[in-house]
Design a protein around this ligand. Structure first.
Ligand SMILES: Nc1ncnc2c1ncn2[C@@H]1O[C@H](COP(=O)(O)OP(=O)(O)OP(=O)(O)O)[C@@H](O)[C@H]1O
Length: 254
């Protein structure tokens, strides 16, 4: 449903994205993984329309949206710091975008989203009174009431820990499924990328190093970089955790 064709982008004479071509299917979750500075956020910003590509085209359901301004593209992003308004309570943050778009989302639909994200008891709270996970869910709700055609998430889990992270991951999957919402997520964590995505996009040195399902990446790593960057990191993690279990059993069963 969304296509990037030969997208090129450079900053200060340095090429960041070098003729990248990609397709995103309706309702799928794609995670973008790559070393720091490889251009992950730049891809999101180009799709969003926040920055222009130097060359190439963006097609949405066959229509060229390369020159369509950000607010008319119908995409929406949840930034790393959530971008919530601290002077408004959670509910007012959620419905903020509807002020100038009355009728876009009915009261019932807003309430359903609030329920789905389990925010009922936090609606009157100020943003400063919310935990990281609650802020994240408010940011999701605020974005989803705008009924985006594509949902863009920049490191949505980086400020969250353990159990909350898992629960937000499940919600992202649920939302993508229920709303058939194409969701593109930037992350630097291979485990997160592989467990969230239908397909994982790996960017390195301005090029697509791999674009495949998590299973394909693990069972048939497509290049040396994927081996080194992802599989090695995961193997080290597995070994570290395995060692912990051998030395000190964490759970006493029976
Ligand atoms: N507006 C800008 N002006 C100049 N250089 C920029 C600009 N935005 C990004 N860059 C540069 O482009 C490169 C890619 O940045 P980008 O933020 O897309 O990387 P990233 O893969 O998301 O990195 P990280 O994982 O560290 O967040 C970096 O070298 C960055 O310094």
């Amino acid at each position: 449903m969304l296509k990037l064709e030969k997208i090129k982008k450079g900053f200060d004479k340095k090429t960041i994205l070098d003729e990248i071509s990609l397709d995103f299917r309706e309702g799928e979750i794609v995670t973008i993984l790559g070393p720091s500075g490889s251009g992950k956020t730049t891809i999101l910003n180009i799709i969003l329309g926040l920055i222009q590509a130097d060359e190439g085209r963006i097609l949405l359901r066959g229509e060229d949206v390369t020159d369509v301004p950000m607010e008319k593209r119908g995409f929406n992003i949840v930034f790393q710091d959530y971008g919530l308004f601290p002077h408004l309570n959670a509910y007012k943050n959620i419905v903020y975008g509807l002020k100038n778009n009355t009728g876009l989302c009915s009261v019932d639909e807003v309430n359903d989203l609030i329920k789905l994200l389990e925010l009922e008891e936090h609606l009157d709270k100020r943003i400063t009174e919310l935990s990281g996970g609650q802020k994240q869910r408010v940011a999701f709700a605020r974005t989803l009431v705008m009924k985006p055609q594509v949902l863009l998430l920049d490191e949505p889990l980086s400020a969250l820990d353990g159990v909350i992270k898992e629960s937000i991951k499940e919600r992202i999957k649920q939302i993508a499924r229920e709303f058939k919402l194409t969701t593109i997520i930037v992350t630097h964590d291979p485990e997160e990328a592989l467990t969230l995505a239908d397909r994982v996009l790996i960017i390195n040195e301005g090029k697509v190093a791999a674009y495949a399902t998590p299973e394909e990446l693990i069972h048939t790593p497509q290049c040396d970089f994927v081996n080194q960057f992802i599989l090695r990191q995961l193997e080290i993690k597995r070994q570290n955790i395995g060692q912990l279990f051998t030395n000190t059993p964490l759970l006493q069963v029976g």
